[in-house]
Write a protein that binds this ligand. Structure first.
Ligand code: NAD
Length: 332
């Protein structure tokens, strides 16, 4: 976006308007699991704000959507403090931008980088805490610092182990999602019952997990893929791909379609492959996540207030058919 003729004052005014709009949409999406616009509309507006704030860094406010993760937690759930914050992901929408990310990372280091390519599962982030190998608490990401305690609901999901194969203390992070088949059945039932269908599987999963009655969650057929850990010191592996295999040994379900890449050409092939396979997968994906494979390197690259510097999401173009509807069943 060009801002040649925009003064700082005009930019600040424009940014304030964009923030108000984005905060309203974020509230509908994160707090009420009920978006009124497509993600692509949100993403475009968000990018306008990023462009303005990049051109005029002095207008950035600490409460700008560009500076914070997710949003509020619902009343009715106990709050959980994430000692190690749960972050979002930076995103790009073209191969050129993805290439720039890879170039930026590799030019800082003489060592050849390895990347782990993963599918970006269209669900919501969860944190599972184990003590001596026993599942003791599960929570949502919330605003990254404070999430909601949804332990009782997560205990109804078959893919989440109650006991690990080793008696370790660990916080494992990943995605809870609703398979496409369950989503289609659920929306069919809702329509037959005269209820509004869910907008998409992500909102259906979020609405189903943030239920005060775990029996409702159980009936929704959710599943999980785990892909991250709060503290890498709790692991034996020293790579992202090794971590996924370690998770499998511990008893978690991981997404098997990950691949280690050595350069942009490998990443390119992975992106194209899953762009084509996307529709046939039994769960929704909205892109690809590229991560630095070495865990010590991930740690040394660190994060901004909102996103890790060692990973990026390449977002697929929006799918053509999507209805936007509301769901308010979380209040049940
Ligand atoms: P995001 O969904 O773009 O990306 C970060 C999330 O990706 C992580 O928190 C994690 O939950 C998930 N993820 C899935 N697979 C992963 C993997 N393999 N590795 C790591 N993470 C993985 O970021 P966000 O902050 O959760 O949400 C922002 C997005 O939400 C926006 O880009 C927009 O598309 C959507 N949104 C839409 C509206 C709306 O009104 N439609 C409003 C707000 C936000």
């Amino acid at each position: 976006m060009a801002f040649e003729n925009v003064s700082e004052q005009q930019a600040a005014q424009q940014a304030a308007g964009l923030r108000t709009q984005l905060n309203k949409w974020a509230d509908e999406y994160y707090t009420y699991d009920s978006p009124s616009v497509e993600d692509s509309v949100y993403d475009k507006t968000y990018q306008q704000l990023v462009d303005l704030e990049t051109k005029f860094p002095q207008i950035v406010t600490p409460d700008s959507p560009t500076q914070k993760v997710g949003d509020h937690t619902l009343p009715g759930f106990t709050k959980v403090n994430h000692e190690i914050p749960m972050l979002s992901l930076g995103d790009v929408f073209s191969k050129d931008e993805l290439g720039e990310f890879v170039d930026r990372l590799s030019e800082n280091d003489a060592v050849e980088f390895e990347y782990n390519c993963e599918l970006k599962i269209d669900g919501l982030a969860i944190n599972l805490r184990y003590e001596n190998g026993i599942f003791v608490q599960g929570s949502t990401r919330g605003n990254g610092q404070i999430g909601e305690d949804i332990t009782r609901n997560l205990k109804t999901i078959k893919s989440i182990p109650r006991k690990l194969s080793r008696p370790i203390n660990i916080e494992v992070r990943g995605e809870c999602y609703m398979p496409k088949e369950s989503f289609a059945k659920l929306n069919e039932e809702r329509q037959l019952n005269g209820e509004e269908p869910f907008a998409n599987p992500r909102n259906a999963a979020a609405g189903s997990l943030r239920q005060l009655d775990p029996r409702v969650t159980r009936s929704r057929k959710l599943s999980t893929f785990m892909y991250n850990v709060a503290d890498i010191d709790d692991l034996q592996s020293d790579t992202q791909s090794g971590m996924l295999e370690e998770f499998k040994e511990l008893g978690f379900t991981i997404n098997p379609d990950y691949k280690v890449a050595h350069n942009m050409a490998d990443i390119d092939r992975y992106v194209d492959k899953y762009k084509d396979l996307r529709d046939g997968l039994p769960y929704g994906i909205d892109g690809i996540v590229i991560k630095v494979n070495s865990l010590p390197l991930q740690r040394s690259l660190g994060a901004t207030v909102k996103v890790p510097r060692w990973a990026i999401a390449y977002k697929f173009p929006p799918e053509e058919v999507q209805t936007v509807v509301r769901d308010i069943e979380w209040t049940v």
